[in-house]
Design a protein around this ligand. Structure first.
Ligand code: NCD
Ligand code: ZN
Length: 442
């Protein structure tokens, strides 16, 4: 196919929607003919998609995923998880370093980039992990040498864990500060998993309960708050750009808001599971609701939605962290692995809210405010800017990377029909509206 015409769709832009006919030639957006009330320009192409009543977005970005390759291929591979991303309207992802081997060396990054290069449907970028000083030396080397320029282009930032999670990537003593200083100097965004290791360890020691909801007490809200305080102080002291990963608490949100007011380079993301699920869901989910940071009481989720409305929250990112269903059945339940898949369901869940529906089947009386333009901001413009991903929006002369959304199409989330290798979802049976399909990507 050499040319494609997408007729009459509504392009969702931060500045307002516009109905347009889009002509794509050899993968490049050749013409955007905005429909006005005047006479229509007749465009023709080898193939035409009639997009009346449909929404057009740039391919969505998910800036926090764990695609598991190399080393954990039983949970997922770049191939399977990319398919899951694309099936959910996501065409760019930023993959975390807690693989095996972890992405803490140039060699490990090179190997990931090599595998990712054959995944044409999804653009995979990688975070560089630092847990030891020598990893920071490696990062400096990566940033210094001309020969690594193409690897650098694929590296979207540095990831720092303040406490252990899957892959045991907690930074050693003193490394956090060094990482902040280095990222400030090299102008690399630093994504931080904010949970406090001392508070978590103490709570784990004191815990006598065996049920899964104890996970939310062992990794309590105070733990996130304390870690965010530490991270914001380090950002203040060094000038680094701090991006708080999967923000999940009210107080954490206030701390980020204050840091922004103070003029610090601080941004944040929230994960869909903290927006749509709460500790009340442990009853039906069991260990399928176990992740780090853990599920919170509903008041935290409500505060996060308010943070989206206010613009304090910069991105929604899935923290897509598949584990096999069997692995999730580990007993005692508190030792089951943490993490849930989400790259394929994130956009549909958000589209459902933007359509004026709340998808949680057991918690009915809640309707946050969200516009389609907000989804574009949270899952395209902001992550694109924060991580310098260089993806182009729907503009004349740019490579086509388009997602078509049928805003009225109702469907039911079924783990068995999703594309992640793990084949389960914490949103089993949820009814959503809005199907996102990649319409043209070159
Ligand atoms: C992540 C995983 O499984 O890789 N799990 C999670 O609960 N979020 C690890 C992480 O980033 O914390
Ligand atoms: Zn994660």
């Amino acid at each position: 196919m050499t040319s494609l015409l997408i007729r009459g769709g509504t392009v969702v832009r931060p500045t307002g929607d516009e109905r347009a006919d889009i002509l794509i030639n050899e993968g490049v957006i050749d013409e955007i003919f905005v429909r006005t009330t005047g006479p229509q320009k007749l465009l023709a192409a080898d193939q035409t998609i009639e997009a009346n009543g449909q929404l057009l977005f740039p391919g969505f970005i998910d800036c926090h995923v764990h695609f598991r390759e190399p080393g954990m291929e039983q949970k997922g591979t770049m191939e399977t998880e990319s398919q899951s991303a694309v099936a959910g309207g996501v065409t760019t992802v930023c993959d975390m370093p807690n693989t095996n081997p972890p992405t803490v060396s140039i060699a490990a990054l090179r190997e990931k980039v090599r595998i990712a290069e054959s995944m044409s449907a999804c653009d995979i970028r990688f975070f560089f992990g630092v847990t030891q000083s020598e990893h920071i030396q490696e990062l400096r080397h990566l940033w210094a040498e001309q020969e690594f320029v193409s690897l650098r282009d694929r590296c979207c930032g540095v990831k720092l864990y303040l406490d252990h999670s899957t892959g045991n990537q907690k930074a050693a003593k003193g490394v956090a500060e060094e990482a902040f200083r280095t990222c400030a100097e090299l102008k690399i965004p630093l994504v931080v998993h904010c949970e406090d290791p001392v508070l978590n360890a103490r709570a784990a020691k004191l815990n006598t309960r065996m049920d899964i909801s104890a996970h939310s007490l062992i990794r309590a809200p105070e733990s996130e708050q304390r870690a965010i305080t530490v991270a914001v102080e380090l950002a203040k002291g060094t000038g680094a750009h701090l991006h708080v990963a999967h923000l999940s608490t009210k107080r954490g949100l206030e701390l980020v808001e204050q840091a922004k007011k103070d003029g610090l380079a601080v941004t944040c993301e929230v994960a869909p599971h903290h927006l749509f699920l709460s500790t009340e869901d442990y009853e039906t989910l069991g260990t399928l609701g176990k992740m780090n940071p853990p599920l919170r009481t509903p008041d935290h989720g409500e505060a996060l939605w308010a943070g989206i409305e206010k613009g304090t929250i910069d991105c929604v990112a899935s923290d897509h962290a598949p584990h096999t269903f069997e692995e999730k059945q580990t007993v005692p339940v508190l030792t089951a692995p943490s993490g849930v898949p989400g790259v394929e369901t994130m956009i549909p869940l958000l589209l459902t809210v933007a359509a004026g529906r709340w998808p949680h089947p057991r918690r009915r009386s809640f309707q946050p405010k969200l516009m389609y333009a907000d989804i574009r901001r949270l899952c395209f413009d902001n992550p694109n800017r924060i991580f310098s991903l260089r993806q182009t929006a729907i503009e004349q002369g740019s490579m086509a990377n388009l997602v078509l959304v049928q805003p009225e199409e109702e469907w039911e989330i079924r783990g068995a029909q999703l594309h992640s290798k793990c084949r389960w979802t914490p949103y089993e049976g949820w009814k959503v509206v809005g199907k996102a399909t990649v319409a043209g990507r070159w």
